[in-house]
Design a protein around this ligand. Structure first.
Ligand code: TEU
Ligand code: CA
Length: 524
């Protein structure tokens, strides 16, 4: 087996910068705050931090609307502070991944301001401008993922521009050579500053149909679903030409050695696999989001794990994501007990895990009152279940401090009331301790990092599988049910359990009991 790359051995920890640690009392997290918490992340046992966008931005979509790709927003800090953060992270053995947002810029980006200034501006075609339909309406039926038409009328030049998200986020034209060149320069700007890789925002949306054909209706649309689900995204996503762009991003990173390219891609598994590249020359890890909305049952997960493993191209490296800033938190989706089972699952499956900040202390979705809503997705489509504020509430460092130690000022979103890092720190039975134990176990057991996964079986509410590397074999059993269950096991020793009292228990061959919400890892 070839030597693994750092991101194959490692665990990624996602930081939503607005909500991690405020250092200056303005109620918004920042780089100095993140820097002060790097020791925590490294002691947790993570290997890399991925920081959601920190570039200058009007914050219409909280940084996913970039006004300058090569600087830091003053709200978050300065470029020297970022460079300091990278040095500090590297001293701690942590890699730093940035969020690259190439699909769209802010409408305040100088590129767009030029583009919209006149029809014959040299940057006009850097964005997607179209004439109105004969009736004066939008050029076609494409819908925004944030609600309404994806076309915004520009009075000054008498054309519409396309935006897959907010009107404040015009889509760039990735068929234009100069756009590609400019964006390549952006990647190099950060790589030159020691950044270890990128998570690329909406990678599967970069290219749209060059004939701008109408999207067909979605026959499976159910009332109550977000508006853009009315149409299939046939002409607005996953176009074949996107792969050539992924390849060129990958080639740029390869100029710098072992840097990682991760794609944010919400697609069914077969389409997802194409993003690895036909010759393994695409993304290192197209994000695998299946756990984000999986039905929480042993049978569903067993099928999903087996199918994913089978679908992976030869040499492609798997990965699993349990939470992010766009989806409800795991502890709210499956409850506190099952969130522990989820932790064992995430950190014992084959592939690189991504942990969303706060999940390691069992944070739940925050309660956001109507007048506290900040997320544009919710403000534009109220009550559609699109709101992302609940999973973006501030990290809870110390329950005894005001705002759980996140800020001395007024937090931009309310701080929830979950138990904090400090409360869980010395408690061997806490979720935080479980995460730390799991991350330690990964480091000491090659089978968890580079072993095969086999015998993935659901039996009633219990999921079992084996991880094996050379003469090391681990048996993992997880109880998804609300009742105690019996599991067939070989003889061995429990090396980790969700209930600490079982650690070190000797298992005789035969059936062993698993309490509700219990998961074990046994050396067999
Ligand atoms: O998300 C893309 C995406 O497809 C979503 O899950 C998105 O949150 C949803 O469609 C909006 O209602 C990425 C980022 O992760 C997200 O935070 C940004 O808002 C979005 O791209 C635009 O940059
Ligand atoms: Ca701040």
């Amino acid at each position: 087996m070839p030597k693994l790359r750092w991101w194959q051995r490692g665990v990624i920890y996602q930081i939503y910068p607005r909500s991690f640690q405020d250092s200056n009392g303005d109620g918004i997290g920042d780089l100095v705050g993140i820097d002060a918490r790097l020791e925590y992340v490294s002691a947790l046992g993570a290997d890399a931090v991925w920081i959601s966008p920190i570039y200058p931005s009007p914050m219409a979509d909280f940084g996913y609307d970039v006004a300058d790709y090569c600087d830091i927003d003053p709200m978050f800090g300065t470029l020297p502070e970022f460079e300091q953060l990278v040095i500090h992270a590297h001293q701690l053995g942590l890699k730093v991944l940035l969020d690259f947002v190439p699909n769209h810029s802010s409408k305040r980006h100088p590129w767009f301001e030029e583009s919209r200034s006149s029809r014959d501006n040299p940057k006009r075609d850097w964005y997607l401008w179209r004439d109105p339909a004969p009736d004066g309406g939008p050029p076609n039926n494409w819908l925004s993922r944030m609600g309404g038409s994806a076309w915004e009328w520009d009075e000054h030049t008498g054309q519409y521009y396309y935006h897959a998200f907010l009107p404040e986020q015009p889509d760039l034209n990735w068929r234009h050579h100069d756009v590609r060149r400019a964006m390549d320069g952006v990647l190099r700007f950060w790589l030159d500053r020691g950044v270890d890789g990128f998570r690329v925002d909406v990678l599967w949306l970069l290219i749209k149909d060059d004939q701008f054909r109408d999207n067909p209706p979605n026959p499976a649309y159910q009332p109550g679903e977000p508006e853009h689900h009315r149409l299939l995204q046939t002409y607005t996503e996953d176009q074949p030409e996107v792969h050539e762009i992924v390849r060129s991003m990958r080639a740029t990173l390869d100029d710098y050695g072992e840097r990682v390219l991760i794609g944010e891609i919400y697609l069914p598994v077969t389409q997802l696999m194409k993003y690895y590249g036909a010759a393994g020359d695409g993304a290192d890890m197209p994000f695998n989001f299946q756990l984000l909305n999986a039905r929480w049952s042993a049978a569903t997960l067993a099928g999903m794990i087996r199918d994913y493993d089978c679908a992976l191209p030869k040499h492609a490296w798997p990965n699993w994501v349990l939470g992010n800033h766009d989806n409800p938190r795991i502890a709210s989706r499956v409850g506190a007990a099952q969130a522990r089972v989820a932790a064992v699952l995430l950190l014992t499956l084959r592939g690189t895990p991504t942990i969303y900040y706060g999940d390691e202390i069992g944070m739940t979705d925050g309660d956001i009152e109507r007048d506290q809503v900040r997320d544009p997705a919710e403000l534009r489509q109220p009550g559609m279940g699109q709101g992302r504020d609940p999973e973006r509430t501030p990290m809870q460092w110390a329950g005894s401090l005001p705002n759980a130690g996140f800020t001395d000022g007024k937090p931009w979103l309310p701080v929830a009331t979950n138990s904090s890092v400090r409360e869980q720190d010395g408690d061997a039975s806490s979720v935080l301790s479980l995460y730390r134990r799991l991350l330690t176990l990964r480091r000491s057991h090659a089978a968890l990092v580079q072993g095969t996964i086999a015998n993935v079986v659901a039996n009633g509410d219990v999921l079992t599988y084996e991880r094996r590397y050379r003469d090391q074999a681990l048996f993992i059993a997880l109880n998804f049910g609300v009742e105690c269950a019996m599991v067939q096991s070989r003889s061995g020793v429990v090396v980790l359990s969700t209930s600490v009292r079982r650690d070190g228990e000797v298992l005789a061959a035969g059936t062993i009991p698993l309490a509700t919400g219990e998961a074990i890892v046994a050396s067999v």
